[in-house]
Design a binder for this molecule. Structure first.
Ligand SMILES: C[S@@+](CC[C@H](N)C(=O)[O-])C[C@H]1O[C@@H](n2cnc3c(N)ncnc32)[C@H](O)[C@@H]1O
Length: 205
């Protein structure tokens, strides 16, 4: 797999800067980042929406798929994370394509009109259902919504769980299942970060 994800100085520097700043190592894995990049390219994304910036690692992967004149809006509640991300975006040479919005993602989303081609939901998990509803509003027909961390080591199948992330993810699954405007699947993943998975949803054309 390493042969398909060669070392990348800008992405490696973003991870190093994130660690040095004491941010948690909860960014997507390199293969997931590459998948986001490939998805954005495959659908010819010109406008991308991201919820949960952290240090900008996934942001860099997706921004690199944008054409000149494209735009990625990324929402981050923690100003310190946003500052680290902004510096990483400059280092990666994509800062002119990215608008980092600091504040609760739902507040930022309420001020957006769309349309976006791709949305990546990777912020606080209890709000997943609300984020998904907003992304269905903002992503164009034929566009794609990806939601990270929906398997959670298998704990998401436990209906008795009181873990807010599990409860939020179970609620998200109900909302997706009831949403006639999307068609979705879950891809389960195993890697350095354990057993997890993501939702891949197509907004019906
Ligand atoms: C899993 S990390 C994002 C990782 C990033 N997408 C990556 O892969 O490089 C989640 C981020 O969401 C942010 N966050 C949490 N609650 C939020 C909220 N209500 N609005 C916006 N961002 C939020 C956290 O501060 C954190 O930086």
């Amino acid at each position: 797999m390493a042969r398909l994800n060669a070392p990348d100085p800008a992405l490696d520097a973003a991870l190093a800067a994130s660690d040095a700043a004491g941010l948690p190592p909860i960014q997507v894995s390199p293969p997931q980042g590459k998948l986001l990049h490939l998805l954005a390219g495959a659908i010819g994304a010109r406008r991308i929406l991201e919820l949960g910036t952290l240090a900008g690692y996934s942001t860099i992967w997706m921004a690199r798929a944008l054409p000149a004149g494209g735009e990625l809006v990324t929402c981050e509640i923690d100003p310190r994370h946003a500052e680290v991300a902004k510096a990483n975006l400059v280092t990666a040479g994509v800062s002119s394509l990215v608008d980092v919005r600091v504040g609760p993602a739902l507040d930022t989303l309420a001020g957006l009109a769309g349309p976006s081609d791709l949305a990546f939901i990777d912020a606080d998990k209890p709000s997943g259902a609300a984020y998904f509803r907003e992304c269905v509003r903002l992503v164009r027909p034929g566009g794609v919504i990806v939601v990270d961390n929906v398997v959670r080591g298998g704990r998401v199948v436990d209906a008795s769980s009181t873990d807010p992330a599990v409860v939020g993810t179970r609620r998200l699954a109900e909302v997706i299942a009831a949403e006639s405007r999307v068609d979705a699947t879950v891809i389960q993943t195993v890697g350095d970060k354990g057993y997890d998975g993501f939702v891949l949803a197509l907004v019906r054309p």
